[in-house]
Design a protein around this ligand. Structure first.
Ligand code: GDP
Length: 195
């Protein structure tokens, strides 16, 4: 996958701010610090296309990126940051729900989880939400380089068990350090577009 263009288009919090375009959209979601920015930057071969999300005080927006004039990536702000206020959490929920349930161009969601740990309650809620609305999901398990090869299967099984992973979804183990899983992630993303 050669990336010739990876361009920030706009930020939006509500449907009337979503950019008007013809591209299929793929959203990326995960708890803050899971490695979502690192994933986006690595697969797009850019150093700082996506910036670390969900720092307190930072505006929580959906960020749209045109990739190769083929796909619009929609970076969803990370959830689960402990210091975020209840009001901000509620705003985040409304923004997410509006986007995921009304956006016609959405082809699927890349849900990032940390392969080292059991998915959090928020991760499970997000996965169930996507399943409930019948939105195709690719689970990307990040930070693969941080576990021993011999432990991979065990961790993958634990993640899948906790999510009650649907075998018709795709699962990709990924490392932003080594780029392992990058081609597989692109393949899974492209497959969303041709479903
Ligand atoms: P975000 O909040 O989900 O966007 O997370 P970031 O991409 O900013 O990553 C959070 C932290 O995890 C940073 O210190 C990254 O360098 C680190 N990180 C992200 N992905 C990986 C990975 O695959 N391997 C390792 N070893 N560290 C990672």
């Amino acid at each position: 996958m050669k990336i010739t263009k990876a361009e920030f288009i706009t930020s939006a919090v509500a449907p009337d701010h979503y950019p008007v375009h013809e591209l299929p959209e793929v959203a990326l979601a995960g708890r803050s610090n899971v490695g979502k920015s690192s994933f986006i930057n690595k697969i797009c071969q850019r150093k700082a296309l996506a910036r670390t999300s969900s720092k307190p005080g930072k505006t929580q927006t959906l960020n749209f990126f045109n990739i190769n004039d083929e796909i619009m990536f929609v970076d969803v702000p990370g959830y689960g940051y402990a210091k975020v206020s209840k009001t901000e959490r509620e705003k985040w929920g409304v923004m997410m729900e509006q986007y995921l349930t009304t956006q016609q161009a959405l082809r699927g969601v890349v849900l990032l989880v940390d392969i080292r740990h059991e998915p959090t309650g928020d991760d499970v809620t997000m996965y169930n939400f996507l399943k409930h609305y019948d939105i195709p999901v690719i689970v990307v398990a990040t930070k693969l380089d941080k576990i021993k090869k011999s432990q991979r299967q065990k961790h993958e099984s634990a993640v899948k068990r906790k999510l009650q992973f649907d075998p018709s979804d795709r699962f990709v183990a990924f490392s932003a350090e080594t780029a392992e899983g990058k081609d597989e992630a692109w393949k899974a993303i492209y497959d969303l577009l041709t479903r």
